[in-house]
Design a protein around this ligand. Structure first.
Ligand SMILES: [Zn+2]
Ligand SMILES: [Zn+2]
Length: 162
């Protein structure tokens, strides 16, 4: 199978290859992603779980229970350098997230939406021209949410103002 995207962790012990383009690439502003990354947001691509192969070793997993769903989210990271390579989900066992920052060429995976903008940090700009969701793309019941599309970037001035 041909490699569409590849990348790895900071120390390069764990490498991955994706054999198809991502289903979508999201910027997530949820408080879990902020704390997990120690940063302002998390950019992640979602793939069918079988479309990503690892070499050099398997990521170690940290199990976190989601406040929202009560289901486990697994943070998959390199045990040597601590880089978060991606996420897997009890709720969506058919999917895997890969950290956009771990690609050799992050720009090869265009961002398709911003989610959980209601908890975006101050000083962050929400982009124009792509879907921005207040919370997730769908309700817990699986009903699609309506996104906003901004004509110009929107600066977040304080938590909850977006
Ligand atoms: Zn590493
Ligand atoms: Zn998140």
């Amino acid at each position: 199978m041909s490699t569409v995207l590849e990348g790895g962790c900071l120390c390069a012990k764990i490498r991955f290859r994706a054999t198809q383009a991502p289903l979508r690439t999201l910027v997530c502003h949820c408080t879990f992603c902020q704390r997990m990354t120690g940063s302002s947001f998390y950019a992640e691509s979602l793939f069918p779980i079988a479309a990503v192969e690892f070499e050099g070793g398997r990521p170690r997993k940290y199990e976190h229970t989601s406040d929202g769903s009560g289901k486990a989210v697994y943070v998959e990271f390199c045990a040597d350098c601590g880089t978060t390579l991606g996420l897997t989900f009890e709720r969506w066992p058919e999917l895997r997230a890969i950290s956009r920052g771990c690609y050799d060429n992050p720009n090869a995976a265009a961002i398709t939406a911003n989610i959980w903008t209601r908890s975006a940090q101050s000083g962050v700009a929400l982009p124009s021209g792509i879907d921005c969701f207040n919370e997730a793309r769908m309700t817990k019941e699986g009903v699609p949410e309506r996104p906003s599309r901004y004509a110009n970037p929107v600066m977040v001035s304080s938590a909850g103002d977006a």
